[in-house]
Write a protein that binds this ligand. Structure first.
Ligand code: SF4
Length: 250
């Protein structure tokens, strides 16, 4: 059965408005400024959004644009972004960024995917996010949440984020390309979490096929001990009633 993607997106847009996912603060700091989106997305790799937001806020106070970033030493950048993972490497990328953009792109952040991919520290996720959010170009940013949830829905059946991006380019109506990342990141941070997804309160539980998901076991009365258990002193080994996992690898 085909997954009702339009219905799911409409329901989630309405639902997410009521929640406060960590990604919302990060998006507010970035706005639609290409520089801020580029820098914040480089910072966000393998880092929780809360830490990325704190580091981005500190960095943007000192370096609100490319010119000001160019005046910071690598050591100063490292200090400002020390809360994010791999901050030494990321400081190196950010230190190189103004020079590369000046030399290769006349000081303007490019809007072309191939050009963006030539910038230090920029992968497909960052390039697509800059293209879509900052330049309003058709682009699908596939991160771990988009890849995972699209497979749970059975909308795609893919093994890697790149394969998911290619499948979505063929299948997902273009009107959803730019918005799908923010929506599914927020949804993945609050309801359809990587471990123990909250299917019990999910607004699309009735249309989700839950591929690869073991439903959360709700707490209930413990079963009566069997005669065997009553006569043996060994502790019972009941599973944690709240245990629930997503078993599909991402
Ligand atoms: S029903 Fe469960 S698996 Fe499906 S989208 Fe909702 S939280 Fe995720």
């Amino acid at each position: 059965m085909t997954f009702a993607i339009a219905s799911a997106i409409a329901i989630l847009e309405e639902d997410i408005r009521r929640r406060k996912p960590p990604v919302a603060d990060l998006m507010a700091i970035q706005g639609s400024d290409p520089y801020r989106i580029l820098v914040a997305t480089i910072l966000s790799a393998r880092t929780r959004d809360e830490a990325t937001t704190r580091a981005a806020r500190k960095l943007f106070q000192k370096a609100p644009d490319l010119d000001r970033l160019a005046r910071l030493s690598r050591e100063e950048i490292t200090k400002l972004i020390s809360q994010v993972g791999f901050h030494n490497s990321k400081a190196g990328y950010l230190h190189q960024l103004p020079g590369v953009i000046a030399e290769q792109f006349g000081g303007r952040i490019p809007d072309d995917l191939e050009a963006l991919l030539r910038l230090p520290g920029v992968g497909r996720k960052t390039a697509n996010l800059v293209r879509g959010i900052a330049f309003k170009q058709p682009a699908i940013c596939v991160d771990t949440h988009v890849h995972r949830i699209m497979n749970i829905w059975g909308f795609v059946a893919t093994q890697t984020p790149l394969a998911t991006e290619m499948a979505l380019r063929n299948k997902l109506p273009e009107e959803y390309w730019i918005k799908i990342n923010a929506l599914l990141v927020a949804f993945g941070q609050t309801i359809c979490t990587p471990v123990r997804p909250h299917c019990d309160v999910c607004p699309i539980v009735n249309i989700c096929p839950k591929i690869g998901v073991i439903p959360r076991q709700m707490p209930g009365p413990r079963p009566s001990p069997t005669p065997h258990e009553t006569t043996n002193a060994a502790p019972s080994c009941l599973p944690d009633p709240s245990a629930c996992v997503t078993i599909r690898p991402t």
